[in-house]
Write a protein that binds this ligand. Sequence first.
Ligand code: CA
Length: 231
Amino acid sequence: MTELHAKVLVIEDEPQMQKFLRACLSAEGYRVVEALTGKEGLDLARTHNPDLVLLDLGLPDIDGTEVTKSLREWMTKPIIVISARGQEDDKIRTLDLGADDYLTKPFNAGELMARIRAALRRTSRAGQDQPDPILMVGDLLIDLENRRVMRDGEEVHLTPNEYKLFAYLMKNAGKALTHRQLLKEVWGPAHATQTQYLRVYMVQLRHKLERDATRPRYLVTEPGVGYRLKG
Ligand code: CA
């Protein structure tokens, strides 16, 4: 599957937004399937087996978080959530339930396309029989087999937890990761709410990996949500 021929299921009840999304996606060569309600979206996901789902959180029938939950029972393809301001809690809950990314209204076509491309790239990489043990983002490199990290050709020494955190961010490059996801991954489920751990470790990682730790180029904060390793 090439990114350009990917099929996108759009679940969105507002006609204006639906129209905007259809125009953006078609112009870039994506095939579009549209649903106006959560129920219809769930049905179409089964019958059309889309490569990616764009899901509005504010739907007239089923809550977007519920739609995500149902989709995640069987579907592994990326879900990008579209939220309005004031839906912060729902947005985070949806990411915790397995959505890949989010866009907050209003957003522009360029932003939307970049998120979609990144999400599809991640899936096609994850689908390889032998995933590449070496991941690169800009001048950052991680060798997952030998547990080595390089910045601009120079080896960087990370502590075990720093390494775990950085490896998880690199494997999910471009994706918004919630505090809860990161904490569970590195420290375990019992520590899912200890966001102060994360803050400390992110500061350390930035000092080791960023040129200017106060203005990170890669390890960026997603306000109120968590962090993202920017691709
Ligand atoms: Ca809506």
